[in-house]
Design a binder for this molecule. Structure first.
Ligand code: KG4
Ligand code: ZN
Length: 344
């Protein structure tokens, strides 16, 4: 079965072909970074309009790269939420219309399920059950993943997501949008510990996170200082270290609690090199396998949507003719795909 995946939930337009026999056949992506950079963040209306402009050529490109004809596509998977509703509607409308015209099934995929399953695209995919750390621009959570669609959230951020904290702190340091990668680059030339930031929530039991206090601590720390290049780099390095320490400690606790032997790291912040190194060390210390998608599949992409959709379509699940776009959609309301299922 060959599935066309479509992702338009935020500021990336992407299309991919996943083949049940041959694996990932192609993936294409257009990032709207330059479009939103002048505004310091994503402008939803501009995002939607640009998805309209870019999506069909990207789909054609993904089909061509896969070396197939459109008629060989057996099903379509599109991101149905959570995300910017106008942006989601573009992908959902195009996906549903193509499925209608081609007489093929389509399924709306949960964006975070896509992120969670992204490591399945790599050569040594993780096996269920596993602990997942999902760290993106909109979400920070720890989940027990027992099967496709069987997700229990055991920890989450009570305020900002980790990626959001990276982006806001980057802004404070005068770095452009998107802030996460820029802050990580600056951190490479700084020394953590030169000034001290808190490690939020580590003094409390449990698996929840909080990152807004850390951002406030950065505001206070830089307020009365001369922000020269060395200081900015030191603040970036200490901020990154504080986030990494917090995430690693919570993963350690969650591995202890669940007894799982595999940890999956997903979402945009999962591309952060310092975090990957620290979690790899945690895995070595605990004898736990740590799985990451390649960095380009940590951030938003259509390969993960094509894969998640493939798993659901192959199990017989598909939607009716409704165009689904849900801005808010809790991950733990998903169900496992079953062999004969028609979801409305
Ligand atoms: O998963 P993603 O592409 O989009 C969402 O679904 O939110 O994650 C984007 C987030 C942004 O906040 C971005 O700044 C952050 O991931 N990010 C990073 C890095 N690359 C992306 N944060 C820290 N270090 C990175 N290398
Ligand atoms: Zn995402």
């Amino acid at each position: 079965m060959k599935v066309l995946g479509i992702e338009t939930s935020c500021d990336e337009t992407a299309a991919a072909i996943y083949d049940g026999h041959a694996g990932l056949r192609s993936h294409r992506l257009f990032s709207q970074v330059d479009l939103h950079a002048a505004y310091g963040g994503v402008v939803p209306e501009l995002a939607s309009r640009d998805h309209v402009r870019k999506l069909l050529p990207l789909i054609q490109g993904a089909i061509d790269d896969a070396g197939i004809e459109a008629a060989e596509v057996d099903g379509i998977a599109y991101t149905a939420g959570p995300g910017l509703v106008g942006a989601l509607l573009v992908g959902a409308s195009v996906a549903r219309s193509l499925a209608f015209a081609w007489g093929k099934p389509a399924v709306g995929v949960h964006h975070l399920e896509g992120h969670l399953l992204a490591p399945m695209l790599e050569p040594e995919p993780p096996e269920f059950p596993f602990l997942a750390l999902l760290v993106s621009g909109g979400h920070t959570l720890l989940a027990e993943v027992r099967a496709i669609g069987d997700y229990e959230i055991i920890g989450s951020s009570v305020d900002d997501a980790a990626g959001e904290a990276f982006d806001k702190t980057a802004k404070l340091l005068g770095l452009g949008y998107p802030g996460g990668p820029a802050l990580a680059r600056l951190a490479d030339s700084g020394k953590p510990g030169t000034l001290r930031l808190p490690r939020p929530m580590l003094d409390r039991p449990g698996l929840d996170f909080s990152f807004s206090g850390l951002k406030t601590a950065v505001v206070v720390a830089v307020r009365d200082r001369q922000l020269d290049d060395t200081t900015r780099a030191d603040v970036a390095a200490e901020f990154q270290q504080a986030v990494v320490d917090t995430l690693v400690t919570k993963c350690d606790r969650a591995l202890e609690q669940t007894g799982f032997h595999t940890l999956v790291v997903a979402g945009g912040v999962g591309a952060n090199r310092a975090l990957r190194q620290a979690l790899t060390q945690l895995g070595e210390r605990r004898g736990v396998k740590v799985s990451y998608p390649r960095p380009e599949f940590c951030t938003d992409n259509a390969a993960m949507i094509a894969y998640a959709g493939y798993r659901r379509l192959a199990a017989g699940e598909h939607d009716d003719l409704k165009i689904r776009a849900t801005a808010r959609w809790p991950l733990n309301t998903l169900e496992q795909p079953s062999a004969v299922r028609f979801s409305g």
